[in-house]
Design a protein around this ligand. Structure first.
Ligand code: SF4
Length: 271
């Protein structure tokens, strides 16, 4: 069997981590603002972004050996996933992400950030519990207005389901955060909703979070999409700055509200 190398040395904006782990190529969520759709892996595919997702081949149990080997050289911190979501709809049957988490539970890294926008992550609470304070689930929730989701990310799970998932994770004792990434038009009650739901919130936007000072988002015609929806006043760094200030007032604990890449830094912690 062709053997994947599950762990990849981290680089670029995840440089706070030693490794990345991406079990899927492609993504069924197909967000309009997704810059992965412009990367070679998507461009050469010849199929519309959002219409395909594939599980990588290989034995998930082999991840434990890779972690053990990496740990012999020092601390191992994993960003899971950086490219596309580890809880694709396909994951419900493929259970690849689950199997990789099971391998991690056998040979735990020092820290793993599990980044998703799918409530399917709650299926794996039993495995996440085995990782204890070494794991934090980061749930993307970019707005509280579902009509915004339906326009910009129509195949992604509804916000209410994601908020419920964060509550369920917290009740189960799993450390969790909300990644407002990228911030989209939202209601005046959004900051309060976030503060009530998660102990930690990271804010990001099209200007500081796309890795190109906004150029990638412009090339994906996000300003035009906002204008067509009548949301032009939202297409400004001041929207994220304002939410960040509101959150800092509501969640005063040091480090509990982060901005852009700094907010994703690895930090083993208690729920
Ligand atoms: S979930 Fe992430 S990877 Fe998938 S389309 Fe949306 S932004 Fe891109």
């Amino acid at each position: 069997m062709g053997q994947s190398r599950w762990l990849t040395p981290a680089s670029g904006y995840v440089s706070g981590y030693t490794h990345t782990l991406n079990p899927y190529t492609g993504c069924s969520f197909g967000c309009t603002y997704c810059y992965v759709r412009r990367l070679p892996v998507a461009m050469f595919r010849g199929e519309p972004w959002g219409s395909w997702a594939e599980a990588k081949k290989g034995d998930p149990a082999a991840l434990a050996g890779e972690i053990a080997k990496a740990k012999r050289k020092g601390s191992v911190t994993v960003f899971f996933s950086t490219a596309t979501d580890p809880y694709q709809p396909l994951e419900a049957s493929a259970k690849l992400t689950r199997s990789l988490l099971e391998a991690m539970a056998e040979e735990p890294p020092d820290f793993v950030l599990l980044q998703t926008r799918s409530p399917l992550v709650t299926r794996d609470i039993d495995v996440l519990r085995r990782l204890g304070g070494r794991v934090r689930v980061s749930m993307t929730i970019e707005s509280d207005r579902d009509e915004v989701r339906r326009l910009l990310t129509p195949s992604a799970p509804p916000y209410a389901a994601r908020l419920r998932a964060v509550r369920e994770l917290r009740e189960a004792g799993i450390a969790s955060q909300i990644a407002v990434s990228p911030l989209l038009p939202h209601s005046p009650a959004f900051a309060q909703l976030l503060a009530e739901t998660a102990p930690r919130v990271i804010v990001d936007d099209f200007f500081r979070g796309d890795g190109s000072a906004g150029r990638r988002s412009r090339s994906l015609r996000m300003p035009e999409a906002y204008e067509a929806a009548g949301w032009s006043e939202w297409y400004s760094p001041s929207a994220a700055d304002d939410l960040f200030r509101q959150l800092r007032k509501r969640i005063p604990e040091p480090g509990a509200v982060g901005f852009s890449v700094d907010g994703f830094a690895p930090s083993p912690q208690q729920p």
